[in-house]
Design a protein around this ligand. Structure first.
Ligand code: NAP
Length: 318
């Protein structure tokens, strides 16, 4: 495993991080609690130390699972969770009001069963609440010791400029993968200039970049609506993406790696990326994903992947 310092902080984090959206067991497929605990433990045993969760994942259930899984190994992990999005039935509701943030963090600490959160992130912007009000409350909570460092997720350039003028932000969590690279245009230079870290999410495009799907998967709509969030599974994009999957598979075969490892390795090698978060449902995936940090693809293969990714993204956007 490779380790890196996250932005301007003393957090040493693994280049591959563990995403736990699926541990909510509600919108990313079914997963037994014990299986999720075992997957997290296997990830930590394989060198992954950054665990990302959120109250919105299974209405707190993901945080409960993370809390159980890290019992006795708190000192080995960096815990990142979020505020500002809660669940109302199937809906994800944004709320960055000071009272909601305070309630969110108390609930997160109790579910995770920890004294302090290492990285507390604003999950999504809330256009109905002035950012100053949210930040003022977050500064109070930080002073109270509820969390160590503040990060943001899904912030555009303007909001990043605003918030970094108000307080210290160590990281951004954006979607980033071979299939989603909007980050690179305006945001990345800002992040690099400000010496912030990036925890990228959707590293496997929700699983498609593992190359395991030979036809459009028939996800269980009741419990798995990942294709609403990751549009690559939709008919119009699916066929474009196959050309990229083919290249990933060829490179994987040449280097005796799996396609998932090639996709993850590409992400963690790109400029500015501190950690690529990968959702991991079992021990096998955990070990495989962690090992994606243990090799270096030659520049020629990186370039091939980047060029093909450009082509496919342009096709999807046309
Ligand atoms: N801040 C935000 O707004 C936001 C949004 C989305 C995600 N995130 C965070 O980022 C994390 C990662 O993103 P994600 O989980 O949405 O998507 P992802 O990492 O692109 O895909 C994860 C899924 O891919 C499949 N997979 C993982 N490893 C595999 C392997 N080695 N071989 C084959 N299949 C494999 C698993 O699903 P199957 O086995 O069922 O296919 C897994 O649930 C999330 O868990 C969450 O912590 C944050």
């Amino acid at each position: 495993m490779k380790y890196r310092i996250l932005g301007d902080s003393d957090l040493k984090v693994s280049a591959v991080g563990l995403g736990t959206w699926a541990y909510g067991d509600d919108t990313f497929g079914s997963i037994e609690d014990q299986q999720a605990v075992n997957a997290l433990r296997a990830a930590v045993d394989s060198g992954i130390n950054l665990i990302d969760t959120a109250p919105a994942y299974g209405d707190g259930h993901s945080e409960v699972i993370v809390g159980k899984a890290i019992e006795g190994i708190r000192d080995k992990v960096v815990i990142a969770t979020k505020c500002g999005v809660y669940r109302d039935g199937e809906d994800y509701v944004r709320d960055l009001s000071p009272s909601r943030i305070r309630k969110d963090i108390e609930l997160s600490l109790s579910r995770l069963n920890i004294e302090q959160i290492d990285l507390y992130q604003i999950h999504w912007p809330d256009p109905d609440i002035p950012l100053e009000e949210s930040v003022e409350e977050l500064i109070k909570l930080k002073k109270e010791g509820k969390f160590k460092y503040l990060g943001v997720s899904n912030f555009g350039r303007d909001l990043l400029t605003q918030i970094t003028n108000m307080t210290d932000i160590i990281s951004l969590q954006p979607q980033y993968s071979l299939l989603e690279r909007k980050l690179e245009n305006e945001i990345l230079p800002f992040i690099i200039e400000k010496k912030m870290g990036i925890l990228s999410y959707g590293t496997l495009g929700g699983g498609i970049l593992s190359g395991k799907y030979t036809e459009i998967p028939d996800f269980d709509d009741e419990k798995d609506n990942r294709s609403e969030f990751y549009p690559f599974f939709k008919e119009e994009n699916w066929s474009y993406v196959q050309e990229l999957i083919q290249l990933i598979k060829e490179i994987a075969a040449n280097y005796d790696k799996t396609p998932a490892q090639i996709s993850i390795n590409w992400s963690i090698t790109r400029p500015g990326i501190t950690t690529a978060l990968v959702g991991t449902k079992n021990k096998k995936q955990a070990q495989e994903n962690a090992a994606a940090a243990d090799f270096q693809l030659p520049d020629s293969e990186m370039e091939l992947l980047t060029r093909k990714s450009n082509k496919i993204i342009n096709q999807m956007n046309s």
